[in-house]
Ligand binder design. Structure first.
Ligand code: MN
Ligand code: MN
Length: 467
């Protein structure tokens, strides 16, 4: 508790009075964060790289344990995508876990199952966008392509093109402004349609006059030669086109991070770093969930509407040797506390109309807690209880975490959902707590380095100290 409580709530940029030591920490944290982003452009890669870091810190796969005890560090990966990490606490699992739940999927352009076609001597890949995007933001952008192809015999071929300097990129064309008079009259959501989002992938035809679609033929030959894949192999593959750019410092003062997919890899990275820093055996079991499919409603067996987390926790209960594992599982879930670790929209001074200035989160003022989200009268929201929020305030303040509250926009202007309510379904206390972002879901999302760092500090405080 504070010795003398302030009458007014004070909000200001963390950078304003940050000592050199804190600034150094902020900048070195963000350097690592940005490098990690560049290496983790898909949920598969994020998951894989997270495991690499976790193993360095002594985490081992769940199925390698025959029993579990306090202090054990465990991870469990689901379908090469979702990932859960645990540090087993001293207390009985029935007392609940401290959970930070984020998502590692991000808006992007997926290839359709049969993507390749040719039109007027240009070869294209058809795409189907994933998650909520403003489609016009994705044209005339260098895009990289990541693919996982599984052949009928089970052989897995991983493809990544467009990130290295010497590699080609792909792109989607837009209408030249000289002929766009009619297009410019359209509504923004019609300017570029979903079926316009066709990736240009080549333009050299094969020499054979008998082949009708000679550029397509040339691309297929190339794909076979380079990757040993045929057109039919696209049927058991997934390809994601993502911005080919690297994370960049933004501003004269380099105080911000500009990068693709900070929603929600900024919170996912913070959660990962936090659980890797839980050094001593915590009182309550610490857990982070890096979920998939959040951007399309958390469906599927790697999304949090499924039981993948519950299934892994059931295994943990059994390995801990509890008497009644089903009952222990229920109690563990019910007594848990959870931060739904997802980004929120920061107040954007260029578009002030949609925000309530007194209830927005601001760039540079710390990690943001959103008591509720949803839309049209909090609908679809997990509205967190003050009893839980009070304990959280105390925990964050005791650990010198700079945090703020906020709401996503003015009442009835829009809204958004997170995984918060799905975890609350188990009976645990949940609140949204994540980094404020400008230009969310765009190819170049913007965060404050102070906020990304405070997000990590908040998760570390919560995982190791919340009680
Ligand atoms: Mn998100
Ligand atoms: Mn999102």
């Amino acid at each position: 508790m504070a010795q003398k409580e302030n009458l007014n709530l004070k909000r200001e940029s963390i950078f304003k009075k940050a000592k050199k030591e804190l600034k150094d920490e902020i900048y070195s944290y963000n350097k690592k964060y940005m490098d990690f982003l560049d290496e983790s452009k898909t949920e598969r890669l994020f998951s894989k790289n997270a495991i690499k870091e976790a193993e360095k810190k002594g985490f081992r796969p769940l199925d390698s344990f025959s029993t579990l005890k306090a202090g054990d560090k465990v991870y469990s990966q689901v379908k090469n995508k979702a990932l859960i990490l645990f540090v087993i606490g001293e207390e009985s699992i029935e007392n609940g876990l401290n959970i930070v739940a984020s998502h590692i999927d991000s808006p992007r352009l997926d290839l359709k199952p049969q993507p390749l076609y040719e039109s007027d001597d240009i070869a294209y890949f058809k795409t189907h966008y994933y998650g909520g995007i403003k489609k016009y933001q994705w044209v005339t952008q260098p895009l990289a392509l990541y693919g996982t192809v599984v052949k009928k015999d089970g052989k897995v071929i991983n493809i990544a093109i467009g990130e290295k300097e010497h590699q080609p990129v792909f792109c989607i064309s837009d209408l030249l402004v000289h002929l766009a008079a009619k297009q410019m009259q359209k509504k923004a959501n019609e300017v570029v349609t979903g079926e316009n989002l066709n990736l240009i992938v080549g333009s050299i035809p094969v020499e054979d006059d008998k082949v009708k679609t000679a550029v397509k033929e040339a691309i297929l030959k190339e794909l076979q030669k380079k990757y040993d894949i045929t057109e039919a192999d696209f049927e058991s593959a997934e390809f994601e086109a993502v911005p080919a750019s690297k994370a960049r410092d933004v501003g004269f003062d380099s105080s911000m991070v500009g990068a693709y997919a900070q929603d929600d890899r900024v919170c996912s990275y913070a959660a990962l770093e936090a659980i890797l820093k839980v050094e001593e055996t915590p009182k309550r079991t610490a857990c982070i969930i890096l979920a998939d499919k959040e951007e399309i409603g958390s469906y599927g067996n790697t999304g949090l509407q499924s039981r993948f987390f519950e299934n892994e926790l059931a295994e943990i209960c059994v390995l801990l040797g509890v008497e009644n594992s089903e009952l222990s599982l229920r109690r563990a879930l019910k007594n848990s506390a959870c931060l739904s670790a997802d980004v929120t929209g920061a107040f954007d001074p260029s578009f002030p109309d949609v925000f309530d200035k007194t209830n927005s989160s601001y760039l540079g003022q710390g990690v943001a807690i959103n008591k509720y989200g949803g839309s049209r009268g909090k609908s679809g929201s997990n509205d967190a209880h003050p009893e839980f929020l009070a304990k959280l305030r105390d925990c964050l303040d005791s650990e010198d975490v700079a945090w703020q509250t906020g709401e996503l926009g003015k009442v009835d202007v829009g809204g958004g959902g997170t995984v918060a309510f799905m975890l609350a379904n188990y009976g645990m206390d949940v609140v949204d707590c994540g980094t404020p972002v400008l230009s969310m879901h765009s190819p170049f999302e913007l965060t404050s380095k102070a906020d990304t760092y405070m997000t990590y500090k908040a998760y570390l405080a919560f995982l190791s100290k919340f009680d």
